[in-house]
Design a protein around this ligand. Sequence first.
Ligand code: PTJ
Length: 246
Amino acid sequence: MKQVIPKSHPRAQSLYIRERLVHAFDGGLVAKEGLMAHGRGEAFDYLIGERTSKTAKNAIRAAAFMLQQAQNPVISVNGNIAGLCPKEIVELARASGAKIEVNLFYSTEQRKQNIYKTLRRHGASEILGLDKKNSRRISGLDSARRVVDKDGIYSADVVVVPLEDGDRTMALKKSGKKVITFDLNPLSRTAQTADITIVDNVVRGIRELVTQCGRKQVKPKFDNKKNLAYSIIQIRDNLTRRAQVA
Ligand code: PTJ
């Protein structure tokens, strides 16, 4: 990928992430709609200060504990996350013992294949979600995301769903699963419905989750609603600080 962003740029990290997503779009991994979803994420990343907050770290430790306790954890992979952090998905699967399943909202066979090849290139040995013989349906869901693998999301007790739509989070919860999400928008339906919401850019947060999964975790005192409320307060405080400087 041609690099055009100077390292000294104050928002270099955010611009690198944007470049990576555009590159993944050109490579056929990301849906057009994924570019828009990313733009929404960028706006919230700006508001949270483009760093992993203490509240995000609390959620990450709680997520690591949940993954360590799980019987059949699964990481659900969409176009954006495959484009942004394929290496880290494979590392998280190794560190947590989770399976990897490709599950798309704007589903096409071609994009599934592109994501499959990318994950394989980064060392994934088993990737679910491509074998039609194994497919089952999650009830209460109309989108393509209802089609899941019988050994993966269908039978999972814990599902990691980065950048998710609210309907599927609700359907997964209704079918008795625990849901961990990365979502920069603490007000989204997914953020509000999940058991654990990591309000952080998945590119930063997933690395910390890999690290924490490699450590022995103790049962945390964690309340997702309170944690989300702190994230919203942090945004307000960031805005107030900026307004005072201006
Ligand atoms: O690849 P597909 O077909 O499965 O489609 C994937 C997208 C992302 C297009 C689909 O899931 C979608 O439309 O998602 P939404 O409903 O737009 O939700 C995306 C959420 O993720 C929003 O709340 C964004 O703020 C948030 N978000 C965007 N980029 C990031 C993010 N959260 C964490 N890290 C990011 N990099």
